[in-house]
Design a protein around this ligand. Structure first.
Ligand SMILES: Cc1ncc(C[n+]2csc(CCOP(=O)(O)OP(=O)(O)O)c2C)c(N)n1
Ligand SMILES: [Mg+2]
Length: 399
């Protein structure tokens, strides 16, 4: 058999070069969050915070805690259908509300009624949806608070859309959107952050990392070094802050709002906090976390941390603390008085605010319901008359 000898080729000299158009598009270093959550309380930075701001934050935290405990109590009394508490997360809720100007917009999730109340919304209106009402309960345009969002993270593209539109119109408006740690795994989170960064939309994303998405802990939610690190992939700065340190959250958010307003684009802020209560009154948190973990976080309570700073520095005395607590009690009493009243319900409201222009089908359904309600009223009136006649006939006999 004839053997063919293949000539041995010298390998061509291979010099690795980057692809022709490649360059690093931005230096990632300035976008990276700090290695540890930023803190103010208990550090030198606390001395440079305006004492009036510290007092305002404290008063709002105490009100916020009372709001949380009262709303939770109202679920047990059947006055609220459900309440996702922010006990332990008040610093995030309050700071988010306080950093915004009247012309700005807040985009809350179902958990963020306290942020809406801290922005000035009436608690009864804020709690309408959670009471079981079918409408938002407040005028989003009047208060510049978007409807509470129950589908996770869908508020984020809404916030970006509003902020981008405002910028195109030349309006000096910032949108601040609140989302949970679980919400960061949603597609809407990705789409919102990507669009916002590419178009430099004036929006601030505040992730309240409260440790859990119902029973799912953070380490099952993400393998990222922190949620704030996700910002770098979108080309926006990520900031990591102690979410129980109210002046720290306020400072970081205020910087992010300023950056957005002055054309610097969006920021992703991760506030590290903890949900002290269960996910809602319908959840049993003892099934997925230990009481030791909860107690460790109770020792890092946002109110205690700030109260210590204020009292150590003589910025508040016992009378001051008492006044703050009395104000919080007044809020709770007003919530009890108003939410213990049965709201007047008009079933026909089902059809209002569904479409700007009613569809033919809804018109038909409304006509049918109106007729059914009228028939039911008539039947009730008839039954009452019959009962009255019978009562009169049996007067003095059957008692
Ligand atoms: C799109 C969507 N998927 C699932 C749910 C059900 N759900 C309601 S709350 C929740 C957990 C959310 O956790 P997180 O984002 O961390 O917010 P938190 O409740 O802790 O504030 C889930 C999965 C939902 N509301 N929307
Ligand atoms: Mg969570």
């Amino acid at each position: 058999m004839k053997r063919h000898s293949t000539p041995v080729m010298e390998p061509a000299a291979y010099r690795p070069t980057p692809p022709p158009a490649w360059r690093l598009r931005a230096d990632p270093a300035p976008l990276l969050p700090d290695a540890e959550p930023y803190r103010v309380l208990g550090t030198d930075a606390a001395r440079s915070v305006d004492p009036a701001l510290l007092r305002t934050l404290y008063a709002q935290l105490v009100r916020g805690r009372r709001y949380n405990t009262q709303a939770t109590a109202l679920t047990r009394q059947g006055r609220l259908a459900v309440y996702p508490s922010t006990t332990g997360q008040e610093a995030c809720e309050v700071a988010a509300a306080l950093v915004l100007e009247d012309r700005d917009w807040l985009f809350p999730s179902y958990r963020d009624t306290l942020a809406a109340v801290a922005r000035g919304l009436d608690p009864v209106q804020a709690l309408s949806l959670l009471r079981g009402d079918w409408h938002t309960g407040y005028d989003p345009y009047e208060h510049r608070i978007a409807p509470l969002c129950t589908p996770l993270a869908t508020q984020l593209p809404h916030a970006v859309g509003l902020a981008h539109a405002a910028r195109l119109k030349g309006d000096d408006v910032v949108a601040l959107a609140l989302v949970g740690d679980g919400g960061t795994s949603e597609g809407d989170f990705h789409e919102a952050l990507n669009f916002a960064a590419v178009w430099r939309a004036p929006v601030v994303f505040l992730v309240q990392n409260n440790g859990f998405a119902i029973s799912v802990p953070l380490d099952k939610q993400t393998a990222a070094p922190s949620l704030a690190h996700k910002a770098v992939g979108y080309g926006m700065p990520g900031r990591l802050v102690d979410g129980n340190d109210a002046p720290a959250v306020h400072e970081v958010l205020a910087e992010a709002v300023h950056r957005a307003r002055t054309g610097g684009g969006p920021t992703l802020v991760e506030a590290v906090t903890y949900r002290i209560d269960a996910h809602t009154n319908a959840d049993d948190a003892t099934r997925y976390r230990s009481s030791a973990e909860v107690e460790a976080w109770r020792a890092h309570d946002p109110i205690t941390l700030l109260e210590r700073e204020l009292t150590d520095r003589g910025l508040i005395d016992d009378d001051g603390i008492r006044a703050v607590r009395e104000d919080a009690e007044e809020l709770a009493a007003a919530m009890r008085d108003q939410l213990n009243e049965d709201p007047p319900l008009d079933p026909m409201e089902l059809f209002t605010h569904v479409y700007a222009e009613q569809t033919a089908q809804l018109r038909d359904q409304a006509t049918q319901l109106r007729a059914e309600l009228a028939a039911a009223d008539e039947a009730q009136a008839g039954a009452a008359t019959d009962a009255g006649t019978q009562d009169a006939g049996t007067e003095g006999t059957a008692r």
